[in-house]
Design a protein around this ligand. Sequence first.
Ligand SMILES: [Zn+2]
Length: 329
Amino acid sequence: MRLTSQRVFVIHPNKDPKVSLSERLQQLLREQKQSWPDLARGYAVLSETKTRLIECEGSPVILQFNPGRIKSTSARVDEKSIQSRKCFLCIENLPDEQRAILYQDNFLILCNPAPIFDRHFTISHTNHVAQSLEAFPGVFLDLAFELSPSYTVFYNGPKCGASAPDHLHFQVCPSNILPIEALAGNETKRILKTTDNAVSVWTLSSCGRQILVIESKDKKEMELAVGLLLRAMRRTLAVTDEPMVNVLCSFADGRWQMIIFPRSKHRPDVYYREGGDQVLISPAAVDLGGVIITPLEKDFVSVDAKIVEGIFKEVSLDAQAVERILGAW
Ligand SMILES: [Zn+2]
C-alpha cells in the first residue's frame, strides 16, 4: 500500500537541517499522545508500572511489571502463526491514527503503542521484508549516530525476540536506561579480545550472560565486523538462518558501540510450564540489557535473582561457544 501524506508526520532528512532527528522523535511523540488515544493509554499504563532492583551475579537487573506488554511477551512467533496473522508493521495494517517520520526514504519511525520506556519507538521498513541485521547494518548505525546522545537503538533477531520476525524493524529507547550500557564501559568488566586500530572487540566478565562489545570510529568497518561476526557464528554453530543475537547500538565520543547478546534459545523452559509454575518472561534485547519485563504481577513479585540467573544462562550461548566464535571470526 502507498504511504499517504496523512500518514507522514515529517520527512527526515529534509530541507530544514536545524531540526535534529531526536527533536523530531519528541515532536512525533507529543503529537501522537494527543491524536492517538491508544498511545495515550499505553503511556498511562507505563506510568503505573512498578519496578524492583535485583542483583544478578554482580550486575544490576531491574524488573518492570508492565501489563501493557502481555501481547508482545506472549506473541506466537512460529511460522504458521506468523503466516496466518495480519502483519502489524505493514502500512495497510497500521492504526488509522498512527503517523510516522519517513526516514531515509524506506523506513518509518513510529511510536510504540505498548511502551517500556518514557520514549519508545519502532523503526520499520516501508515494505514487508524479513527481519535481518545482516541485510541492513547501515541504517542501524545511521540511526544510532543521528539519535546520539539521546537514544540507543536495538535489534532483536527473528528467532530470539522479534515479535514481527517477518518484517524488518529496529527499536529505540532512551540512552543509558539499560544497566548493561554502564557495565559495557566499565574497564574492570572488559576483557579485550582483539583490536586492529579500526575495530576493537571485548567480552564482559561477571554479568551472568555472555556479552560481546564491538567499537569502531568507522561505519564501514563496523558494518564489516558485524557481518563477519554473524558469519563466524553461522559456521561455528552450524546454522543456516541468521544466528540468534540481540544487539544494542549507540554512538558516543566519535565511535559506534554495539553490545551483542549471542543466544542459544528464544524462550526459557519456565515460559512453557503450565499453571502457577509458568514464568512469563520472553527475553530479548531490553531484558538481556538488564530491564526484565514481567506482564504478570505474580511473576514480578516472585521472580528472584536465582530465576533471572537461570534464565540468562539458559538462553545465552555458553562461554566456550563464544570463544570458538571469536576464534573463527
Ligand atoms: Zn509487514
